[in-house]
Design a protein around this ligand. Structure first.
Ligand code: PBG
Length: 324
């Protein structure tokens, strides 16, 4: 009996036809590399759970960005490690803060590089929460919004091409959009972490960014992994408030959420393949349990297949080299 055409066996048999009908394309042009920037001259601090990813001084970040561009990765997402922390995260909105300095240096050295910045307070507060904590221990949503807006403005003024609020406070997209517009930063897009789950997969990041909460957890403001209708509602709300790109985070355990957000909003969607997802593949590969290159390319292709236009991933540089 002949093979049914639906199985595409005849197409797969000729490599060229298989390639021509492939439904999903993974190219470096869709990838964003997160970079942790620290103060100090000429420093590079390894992150134990994330082999291959270091915290970089600004000089090394500039060098890294050059290598990323040469590999075809068009964009970076910056996280900063400030000189000092306090209760209200002053370092986040300091015009001379680590991210602001890094943005200026990166844009000066690589004007074509797309520089996005993470907008949050957690790496800048002594308590490690994403917002200002009231004496009764509750996060003060509205006071936090003002500080996040100041942070976004100072990033954009430093030259950031897009700002990415990751705090999950209520009303933050509207607040940021309004403030950016008033400051004549109307052209700065907002890449909103819209569906950000309260996830165990952020573990290695909290070591990298030194942002583990000193008490409690982030469950009051991050989403319950059991919910996907909520993700769609959050995403639609962010779009109404002015988000230009909607993000789902983490990526691999939430491919269904990526697909729903894409289908139900029709907006540009980004997915964040987070630190724990990276650490799992690196650890298994280092132990000889799987083929790193094949696993990474399969994972990133699957995130694209689910509906992500943009994939933020610590594998970006390696994947770009493999895809060449
Ligand atoms: C800050 C922030 C986090 C991540 C990105 N922005 C950590 C968190 O919410 O605890 C995680 C990224 C990763 O794990 O790679 N709010």
């Amino acid at each position: 009996m002949a093979f049914p055409a639906t199985r595409m066996r005849r197409l797969r048999a000729t490599g060229l036809l298989r390639d021509m009908v492939r439904e999903t394309e993974l190219t470096p042009a869709h990838l964003v590399q997160p970079i942790f920037v620290e103060l100090g001259t000429d420093s590079r601090t390894p992150i134990e759970a994330m082999p291959g990813i270091d915290r970089l001084s600004i000089s090394h970040a500039v060098e890294e960005a050059g290598e990323l561009q040469a590999a075809g990765v068009p964009a970076v997402l910056l996280f900063g490690l400030p000189a000092a922390k306090d209760d209200v995260g002053t370092g986040a909105y300091d015009d001379e803060g680590v991210v602001q300095l890094a943005v200026r240096a990166l844009k000066e050295a690589h004007p074509e590089l797309l520089v996005m910045t993470d907008v949050c307070l957690c790496a800048y507060t002594t308590h490690g929460h994403c917002g200002v904590v009231r004496p009764d221990g509750v996060i003060d949503n509205d006071v936090t919004l003002e500080l996040l807006a100041e942070t976004a403005i100072s990033h954009a003024r430093a030259g950031a091409d897009a700002v990415a609020p990751s705090d999950m406070m209520d009303g933050r997209i509207g607040a940021l959009r309004g403030s950016l517009d008033r400051e004549d930063l109307k052209e700065t897009p907002i890449v909103a972490y819209s569906a950000k789950y309260s996830s165990a997969f952020y573990g290695p990041f909290r070591e990298a960014a030194d942002s583990a909460p000193a008490f409690g957890d982030r469950r009051t403001y991050q989403m319950d992994p059991a919910n996907s209708d909520e993700a769609v509602r959050e995403a639609k709300l962010d779009a109404e408030e002015g988000a230009d790109v909607l993000m789902v985070k983490p990526a691999l355990p939430y491919l269904d959420v990526i697909a729903r957000v894409k289908q139900e909003t029709g907006m540009p969607v980004a997915a964040y393949n987070v630190s724990g997802e990276y650490a799992m593949i690196k650890a298994a590969a280092a132990a000889g349990h799987l083929d790193e290159r094949a696993a990474v390319l399969e994972a990133l292709t699957s995130i694209r297949r689910a509906g992500a236009d943009i994939v933020i991933t610590y594998h970006a540089k390696d994947a770009a080299a493999w895809l060449r």
